[in-house]
Design a protein around this ligand. Sequence first.
Ligand code: GLY
Length: 320
Amino acid sequence: MVQMIPPISQPMAGGSTSPIMLATWSFGVAGCTDAWPALTAGGSALDAVCAAARRAELDPTVNSVGYGGLPDATGRMSLDACVMTGPANCGAVCAVAHHLHVADLARMVMERTSHVMLAGNGADAFADALGVAKSQLLSADAKDAWRRWCTGEPPLPSVDAGGDPREHQIPHDTIGVLAIDSQRHMAGACSTSGLPFKLAGRVGDSPIPGHGLYVDPAGGGAVATGNGELIMGVSGSFLAVECMRRGATPGEAVEEVLHRIDHAFHPRAHQQVAIIALAPDGRWAAGALRYGFVVAVADAAGIRTELPQCVLHPQKESLE
Ligand code: GLY
């Protein structure tokens, strides 16, 4: 049975006409911090979201994106990404094995080809042809985590770069970023290494327009993070944007997506999905199935994390 969600407990955020950036998870703060000065100096939303993705892709302590990401069940890394500024302007790559900055690569697909998505060897060959340097994607820590997973040893405690326990121990996931620039253009990007220890060949929501990311200037933008199979089942990002295009507030759109996932999947306690929705006028909202998700926000009030306005299953046991 679907539980009634609590009313949105915070007022709708945003609504200003100055630039804004939103990113998933606390590690999104570093990306917003990198990208914000150029965005507020007149830079483009597309440059900003790609810069934020690059920051997470480079960070070895982020175990769900880029270098630092966890490999598939065979120990091989594969990265997925998508960028989008509108229905006729999106690019994506999936199952990239030899190049780190996959959001930039997705942008190159968008800007330099007539296609939307390149996969696997073809995506790596495309990067090679453009002169993008190859990278070794598997970090020593990720390799050790895979070895432990193979042998059934418990994972090492998750710690941040300073050796302190991370603030939220449930798995982090895709970085998804949305931005509006001073020209009122919106862009989004997402980048991920996918589910840890996934079956070789599995691709999730992140690189697929409408699932991990969707932007339509007529409705707004949305990014999703968490269990890709749940997001894909309802075309989560498209659904959020379509709700806004038809008049829903960002908060209503986020709640609709979470309800649809709840109805369809009856998610288990360890399964998390979170959504951020951004309207063309800068109003935004975020929601999650469970506690643990935070939004990185950069706007006229500063750069910070905020809790989602809606948590569908706020019970404590959902942290299991
Ligand atoms: N949301 C990332 C994935 O499931 O691959």
